[in-house]
Design a protein. Structure first.
Length: 127
């Protein structure tokens, strides 16, 4: 299973690339510090975030799901990928202890498109 097949994209790389070429023009452009995202989504919440560098070349694509969370997350840190500036992650704890985002049920990480816009709304140290 891959991160794409987990949300219903069971196809080879060539088929997936053809899908991106077909659907990207219908997506919403989201400006980022290190390039541009093209968000392509369905009403079910499934989204693809196509990444383009500052020259407009496609450099990646990540699946995501937009929906309402069912648990609280205590954010402990935000991490940018130095080799892929359009990729980032949010680390934290599920159901944190009151007043302590560093304790909770268990630790986990969430990949985040456009981490730059997210970190303005969260209070956590960035790496």
């Amino acid at each position: 299973m891959s991160h794409l097949s987990a949300i219903g994209f069971r196809m080879g790389p060539a088929e997936f690339e053809a899908l991106l070429v077909q659907t990207a023009p219908q997506g919403e452009m989201v400006a980022a510090i290190s390039g541009t995202y093209i968000r392509v989504g369905a009403s079910s919440g499934v989204q693809l975030w196509v990444q383009a560098d500052t020259e407009g070349r496609v450099v990646g694509c990540n699946p995501h799901f937009a929906g309402v969370g069912r648990m609280r997350m205590g954010v402990s840190r935000l991490v940018r990928n130095p080799d892929r500036p359009l990729d980032g992650a949010i680390f934290g704890w599920a159901e944190p202890e009151p007043g302590d985002p560093e304790q909770g049920l268990y630790r986990f990480a969430v990949d985040s498109p456009e981490l730059g816009s997210v970190e303005r709304r969260l209070s956590a140290p960035a790496e």
